[in-house]
Design a protein. Structure first.
Length: 409
């Protein structure tokens, strides 16, 4: 357990590139450190110069995805080689020319989904260690964030689809490549890891988003689309931060023709538009909007970031977000004449972007450029889709019994 005996809180700072995620994540970690031991996690090929000097009232760890991939592959390769020796197998037991472990760790310069899974595994490891009261993650930009959060579930679904677990475990230890010991030793650890991380990401009490937006023209509208996409994934921010705001009082004559004044006037107009857009989003999501002022001087150290004046305590004091789970309700009839409605709350989504698919016992919801695979309740797994509508901020899908599998049908 952490020093205070409380459960570790994970705050993932998200937002577009240039929004000031690293600065605010550093500032948030500094404020959290006053409440208990805190870890700041950064991710990327290089350490941000802001944190390069190692100062700050918190612990800091930097995760390099390529290094994580090489370390994981090296350990897995050693396990497979040992297993082959015990089984008396050759490098290619199936004789099919398939041997993924011919690759040496230094050869691996990138493997996207694996990198995301391993980064997430490292983050979860720090959270579950119990060593910290708060873990703050300086998350990637939007596209990278979506990949990070969806990689475990996608990997688990792909693996189960192309090579179901009951087939893997019943296959021979030698023979075709699909049943080889090497493939089994590769698949089982990956499948178990993907399932565990998928469950962690799906636990809305375990992972909290802090979404950062700047007041630049058009950024808030784009942020609304990003938040809608995250909502498709079942995630809502614990707070919205409107960052790098400038304060212009009545003594500043915005109607002067000087180019510098026009620049400030445009900036102020963009801020006003951003406030209006985020106020609407705040009302829909019932989440606060916190403003952070533009720093008077460039923020070039962790100490300078921690010294920023903004209401970080509003984030640390906020209650976890309650995201409504998909709901099923009967709408009439009985037996084969029964009718059901399955609904998902998506109040920010543009309904023209919505698409639906069915894969065995799951529904695939697509909207805002992202996809989410959702397991249906047991009663709906014996039904077929009978239409869908979008009303009052909800995606509503109708189901009717499938006579071929419905009990008594």
């Amino acid at each position: 357990m952490s020093g205070e005996g409380a459960a570790t809180r994970l705050l993932l700072v998200s937002g577009a590139g240039g929004a000031g995620r690293t600065t605010l994540a550093t500032a948030l970690a500094g404020r959290a450190a006053g409440r208990g031991r805190t870890l700041l996690v950064t991710v990327g090929r290089a350490v941000d110069p802001l944190l390069a000097d190692g100062t700050g009232p918190f612990d800091h760890v930097h995760l390099n995805p390529v290094e994580l991939l090489a370390q994981w592959w090296e350990g897995l390769s050693a396990t497979v080689r040992a297993g082959r020796g015990l089984a008396g197998g050759a490098a290619d037991p199936g004789g099919a020319g398939f041997d993924p472990f011919a690759l040496e760790p230094p050869e691996l310069t990138g493997l996207a989904d694996a990198e995301h899974v391993l980064v997430l595994r490292a983050i979860v490891g720090h959270v579950e260690s119990g060593a910290y009261r708060t873990v703050v993650v300086d998350g990637p930009a939007f596209d990278g964030l979506v990949s990070l959060l969806t990689a475990p579930a996608s990997l688990a679904a792909y693996l189960e689809r192309v090579w179901p677990r009951h087939v893997r475990l019943s296959g021979p230890a030698a023979g075709p490549a699909a049943g080889s010991l090497a493939a089994l030793l590769l698949a089982e650890p990956v499948a178990g890891l993907a399932d565990r991380l998928s469950a962690f990401v799906a636990d809305r009490a375990a992972l909290e988003l802090v979404h950062v937006v700047t007041g630049d023209a058009g950024r808030a509208a784009r942020a609304r689309e990003e938040l809608a996409a995250l909502e498709v994934l079942g995630l809502r921010p614990v707070a919205l931060v409107l960052n790098r705001m400038i304060d212009v009082d009545g003594r500043f004559a915005l109607d002067l023709p000087h180019p510098a004044v026009r620049l400030v006037r445009t900036r102020v107009a963009g801020q006003d538009d951003a406030r209006e857009v985020l106020a609407q989003v705040s009302t829909v999501l019932e989440r606060p909007v916190i403003e952070a002022a533009e720093a008077a001087d460039p923020v070039q150290s962790a100490a300078a970031a921690v010294a920023l004046a903004w209401d970080a305590d509003a984030i640390l004091d906020a209650e976890p977000v309650s995201v409504p789970a998909p709901e099923v309700r009967p709408t009439g009839g009985a037996g084969l004449d029964a009718r059901y409605e399955w609904s998902v709350a998506l109040p920010l989504v543009d309904p023209t972007t919505i698409g639906l698919g069915r894969v065995e016992e799951d529904v695939v919801v697509e909207a805002q450029g992202v996809r989410r695979r959702i397991r249906l309740p047991s009663v709906l797994r014996r039904c077929v889709v009978a239409g869908a509508t979008y009303e009052e901020g909800e995606l509503r899908v109708g189901f009717v019994p499938d006579p071929e599998v419905w009990p008594g049908g």
